[in-house]
Structure formats: structure tokens, C-alpha cells
Design a binder for this molecule. Structure first.
Ligand code: ADP
Ligand code: MG
Length: 395
């Protein structure tokens, strides 16, 4: 329904992105490779995307004057993080194409709104979120004590807004744990989710164009460590064809139900009994989609450019099996001495099929995403051999 409203942005015009992190940086690179100029709005002067951008608006995400300037300069604007104020996207939309829309982004900003959307969509998508309960005040725990004890424990208390990489989450076993976890969140609304027996985790990148065409990338299998993505493997060694089909169909149903334009990532849990549960979605390219840069016909970032610019979507086929390894700041520090040294990239790059992506961040810190390396090969086993060799080098 939106297609007629979206002006076609052909290369040599300007595109805009809200946010200056690594996702913004890789978006800038993809857009520039297609001939676009890119403006980044980001308050931090020294940020990964700003270094690469053609223009950097140093301003808060809700700075009305800067938003006006961005919308005037750019034919289309996107976001690289889900917590951009929805009101800012709405303001930009008065003058420029905004993809994804403020309405779509705001669904993904609030875990309760997101879960309600997933439930409303379940008949079409075939997937439900984990059993859960909103905890907005202490009495929500008291009133629902029996329900919680019977159906939601052990569980996880998550802040409804602003959580990422496992931050804003506490695992709980008892009602007392729930109370103290909620108290520790400074009174912000939380959701208590039942802890599910995960066999493994997968994510699906989907994209929908301005003309309503949708595409779905191959299903990615993800391993997390301490709540942060560690590796993504595609094809996933544990993903059965039936499971891949169900996740594919669910992603398609969800992106169409949203009337979304752009790249969307949806995370799923596969339980021990083989059933599929929808976890959360990110209204943007995603860490688990970085493999597409080196292993697919169209990267998730080039796809975002195409979608927001009203162009035809690119081919999502994967040409090589791939493994992506996240490079966290911990790798820069010697575990014994604590000394900070650059990892041996020369040795990593000498491994078969390796492509290194560093985000231009100057100060490594533990848990900070500094870059990633992708290994592609003609077989998954060879790509995994390179991964294991890289882990031995980087240890
Ligand atoms: P974030 O926004 O930090 O990515 P998630 O909701 O995706 O938050 O949770 C992070 C990780 O915690 C998940 O990838 C999964 O490993 C684990 N997790 C989250 N919710 C559950 C659950 N209900 N049951 C089991 N594990 C969970
Ligand atoms: Mg997640």
C-alpha cells in the first residue's frame, strides 16, 4: 500500500541513517558502493558510522533542527538501532521516506507490544512467544503469585524497553527472586518470561520492498555467550528442513502483517521437542545477518539500501556456507597480564575463506563488539575448520 508514496531514490542522491554504530557503518559502506552519499545523525563525534559517512550531523536523536536538516538533505532515511525515538522517525517522515516506519520500529521497542503483536499474528505465522507476564508494579507479583509459581518459574525478568545483548535481564527461580529482580530494575516496567528448554537458537532475516515484495534469507543458527552473539552458522548444523520452512513462513507472515519496508531480523527459539517459539525482532540489519556480506548475493546492508530507496530487492541466495565469529574487546586483553595488544589478524587472515571486518573503534573494552570475521568455504566443514583455527589463534 505504501509503494505509490515512496519516491524512487536512484544512486547519486543522499540517504540518511539514524545512529553511528557498526551497523550504520556497514550500511554506509553498502550505500556508497552503490553510488549514494550518506548522512549520519549521531551525537557522538567519534563513532564507527560517522567516520565512513559523507556527512555527519552531530546532534541528539531528538534534535528537531538536525532532523529537519537530515530530512531535507536525504531522499530516504533509515535507522541502525531500534531505540531511536519513534517521534524522530515520524518527524523525518514528513519530508523524507522513512523505512522502517516509526510505527514498525515502536513495536520492536517494547517487549510487551512486540509479544502482543506476535500473538495477534500467530494464526498467520504459526508461532507464539514464550509464556510471559507484565510486571509494572510490585502488586503484579503479589496478585499473580500462584500463576507465576505454577507457570512462569524458573524464568527471566527482562526490562520491557532498552534491553540488548542480555543487558536488563535477570534469571529468577523463586517469587522472591522475581521481587528482587524487579526492585533492581529501578521501577521500570518488566516482563517475566518462562525459561524455556532451548535446543538451539535461530534467526531469520527478511526484507520487504516498497512494492510489497518480500524475501527471506537462509535461516541462521546462533550461539550466544553471556547473552551476546558468539557465532552464526549458515546453514545451521541443527536446523532441519521442516524447522527452516516453519521459520521462513513465520518470518514472511510477520513482515507482511507489519506492512514493513526494509530489513527485519526475527529471533526464534527451537525447543527440545522441536517446536518453534518467536523471541524478539530487530527492525534493522542484525549481527546474525553479517554473514550475508560475504556469503550471499545481496548483503543485508545492500538490501536495506534497495528497500528504503524503492528499488527492486536483491537476490537473497547464499553462494557459500559460512560461519561468522564476533570479535569482542576481550580479545585485545591478555588474560594473565591484562596487557592490551592487537590480536594476530595476519594469522586469522591467512586462514582459508577468512574476511575480516573491524569497526574502527579505538578503545577495546570487554564485551564491546569490535568487529567480526566471516569464514566461507565450499563446504560448511571447511568453514568450521577455519573458525576453530581462528579461535585457537585468538584465545
Ligand atoms: P536481547 O535483547 O538482549 O537480545 P533476548 O530476549 O534475545 O534479549 O535474550 C538474550 C538471550 O537470552 C537469548 O538469545 C537466549 O539465549 C536467552 N533467553 C532469552 N529469553 C529466554 C527464555 N524465555 N528462555 C530461555 N532462554 C532465553
Ligand atoms: Mg536477542
Amino acid at each position: 500500500p505504501t509503494s505509490a508514496l515512496i519516491p524512487r531514490a536512484t544512486p547519486a542522491t543522499w540517504l540518511g541513517v539514524m545512529g553511528g554504530g557498526q551497523l550504520g557503518r556497514m550500511f554506509v559502506h553498502a550505500a556508497q558502493a552503490m553510488g549514494y552519499k550518506v548522512a549520519v545523525l549521531e551525537p557522538v563525534a567519534d563513532s564507527p558510522a560517522a567516520h565512513a559517512a559523507d556527512h555527519h550531523l552531530v546532534a541528539r536523536y531528538d534534535d528537531a533542527a538536525a532532523l529537519q536538516e537530515l530530512a531535507a538533505q536525504c531522499v530516504a532515511v533509515t535507522t541502525e538501532f531500534e531505540n531511536v525515538p519513534a517521534a524522530s522517525l515520524a518527524l523525518l517522515a514528513q519530508r523524507a521516506t522513512v523505512a522502517p516506519s516509526a510505527a514498525n520500529v515502536s513495536v520492536a521497542q517494547d517487549r510487551m507490544v512486540e509479544k502482543k503483536f506476535f500473538i495477534d499474528c500467530a494464526e498467520r505465522s504459526g508461532v507464539l512467544p514464550a509464556p510471559h507476564l507484565l510486571i509494572a508494579a510490585d502488586q503484579d507479583i503479589a496478585i499473580n503469585a500462584d500463576l507465576i509459581a505454577a507457570t512462569l518459574l524458573p524464568g527471566i525478568v527482562k526490562t520491557v524497553r532498552l534491553g540488548y545483548d542480555g543487558k536488563g535481564q535477570v534469571r529468577v527461580r523463586t517469587l522472591e527472586d522475581v521481587s528482587s529482580a524487579f526492585a533492581g530494575m529501578q521501577g521500570v516496567p518488566c516482563v517475566l518470561e518462562k525459561m524455556l528448554p532451548l535446543a538451539y537458537e535461530v534467526s531469520v532475516l527478511a526484507a520487504r520492498g516498497a512494492d510489497g515484495t518480500s524475501v527471506v534469507y537462509p535461516i541462521a543458527e546462533n550461539v550466544h555467550r553471556d547473552g551476546i552473539l558468539f557465532t552464526t552458522t549458515v546453514p545451521g548444523p541443527h536446523v532441519s528442513p521442516e524447522c527452516a520452512l516453519r521459520a521462513h513462513d513465520a518470518a514472511l507472515a510477520i513482515i507482511e502483517q507489519l506492512g514493513y519496508v526494509g530489513v527485519l531480523c526475527i529471533e526464534f527459539f527451537i525447543l527440545d521437542d522441536g517446536s518453534l517459539v518467536v523471541n524478539e525482532m530487530a527492525p534493522r540489519p542484525h549481527n546474525s545477518g553479517h554473514y550475508t556480506i560475504d556469503a550471499c548475493m545481496t548483503s543485508q546492508f545492500a538490501q536495506q539500501v534497495r528497500a528504503m530507496a524503492g528499488l527492486a530487492l536483491g537476490d537473497v541466495r547464499q553462494h557459500s556456507p559460512a560461519v561468522m565469529l564476533n570479535l569482542l574487546g576481550d580479545l585485545w586483553f591478555d588474560t594473565a597480564s591484562g596487557a592490551c595488544t592487537e590480536p594476530a589478524w595476519d594469522r586469522v587472515l591467512a586462514l582459508p575463506g577468512a574476511t575480516l571486518h573491524l569497526y574502527g573503534k579505538d578503545d577495546p573494552r570487554p564485551s564491546r563488539k569490535m568487529g567480526h570475521v566471516t569464514f566461507v568455504a565450499s563446504t560448511l566443514a571447511e568453514a568450521q575448520d577455519s573458525l576453530h583455527a581462528a579461535c585457537a589463534i585468538l584465545r
